[in-house]
Design a protein around this ligand. Structure first.
Ligand SMILES: NC(=O)c1ccc[n+]([C@@H]2O[C@H](COP(=O)([O-])OP(=O)(O)OC[C@H]3O[C@@H](n4cnc5c(N)ncnc54)[C@H](OP(=O)(O)O)[C@@H]3O)[C@@H](O)[C@H]2O)c1
Length: 292
């Protein structure tokens, strides 16, 4: 039996859809959810829903009984994630899950000096706990979701003619979230992944200057790339009324990008997907290509 956590979220939902497309019987899949209402569409596919909350250890121990393979989608609650994910790992051990696949994160700097230390903390701790369990595991070092580029650069790019982000000349192996989830499903249905860490990055890396150039080509409008100082960037966004919590998060990711934290490319995702991942240009076309 396969159990997918985060099943009501983007990554988990695609992982489940991919398992079904690969011919896994709905009866061999369990979805962990904390809201029956949110899980209704999954239940309609004939998949068993079990209640589980990362905050409630006992609920996880109960949910993981009889589970052979667990796709553990990391929590999105950055403030509570360390404790939550410790619960998941301990519960997996208590329930004697055979194999855990964990959606971790690409990074280079593992110290508190990293611009995304707050994000990295739970991933680093979870990877350590996973290794200590003695259970079989696979770590997915997910690069930045390509889907987040429009979020990071904002919706005024065409209007302002600028991609404005303090990301310097840094590069990232952006890849689509759905392709990472599909590759995770491929791991669930094949053998030989125990003790491995895969770099879920694109086959090439991209800078925000590339992002601006590609949007220019697609739209025919001149889009320049401006990389201000972090202070100037934050002030500009705050003055524009962007909530402080988002400004801090966007700035941290841009600075991590500038520092090369996500500068990873390779063939792991391509190999596990069985095809070349969607490129930056192909993705940005889906977002910015003018309607014909
Ligand atoms: N690589 C990247 O660029 C990147 C970017 C963003 C996030 N991430 C990480 O990747 C993960 C998956 O991405 P995503 O886009 O699928 O995120 P998402 O759509 O926000 O989904 C998160 C899932 O986690 C579940 N969850 C949250 N708190 C929980 C709890 N206390 N107990 C049980 N389940 C809980 C959510 O359940 P509900 O539906 O009940 O809320 C949801 O199903 C994120 O959670 C985050 O850790 C990576």
């Amino acid at each position: 039996m396969i159990l997918v956590t985060g099943a009501t979220g983007h990554f988990g939902r695609v992982a489940i859809e991919s398992l079904l497309k690969k011919g896994v019987s709905p009866g061999d899949i369990t979805a962990l959810a904390r809201s029956a209402e949110k899980a209704a569409a999954i239940k309609d596919k004939g998949i068993k829903i079990v209640y589980g909350d990362y905050d409630h250890y006992e609920s996880l121990v109960a949910a993981f009984q009889g589970i052979d393979q667990l796709l553990f989608v990391s929590s999105n609650d950055i403030g509570r994630r360390v404790e939550q994910q410790e619960n998941v790992i301990k519960a997996s051990q208590a329930a004697d899950v055979n194999h855990i696949i964990y959606t971790s994160f690409e990074r280079k700097n593992e110290t508190v000096a990293s611009p995304i230390a707050a994000v990295a903390e739970a991933h680093l701790a979870t990877e350590k706990w996973l290794k200590e369990t003695g259970l079989s595991y696979t770590i997915l070092r997910n690069n930045i979701y390509m889907d987040f580029i429009p979020v990071f650069i904002g919706d005024k790019v065409l209007e302002s003619g600028a991609v404005y982000l303090p990301a310097g000349e840094g590069r990232a192996g952006f890849a689509l979230r759905s392709e990472m989830a599909e590759a995770a499903a491929n791991i669930l249905v094949s053998d030989g992944h125990g003790g491995k860490a895969y770099y879920f990055s694109n086959t090439e890396t991209y800078s925000y200057a590339d992002v601006a150039a590609v949007i220019s080509e697609i739209t025919g409008k001149e889009i320049v790339y401006i990389s201000p100082s972090a202070g100037e960037y934050k002030k500009t966004l705050l003055d524009a009324g962007v909530p402080e919590v988002y400004v801090g998060m966007f700035a941290s990711f841009a600075l991590a990008h500038a520092a090369g934290e996500f500068d990873a490319s390779g063939n792991d995702l391509e190999r596990l997907l069985g095809r070349r991942p969607v490129s930056l240009r192909e993705y940005l076309q889906t977002v910015y290509e003018p309607a014909k």
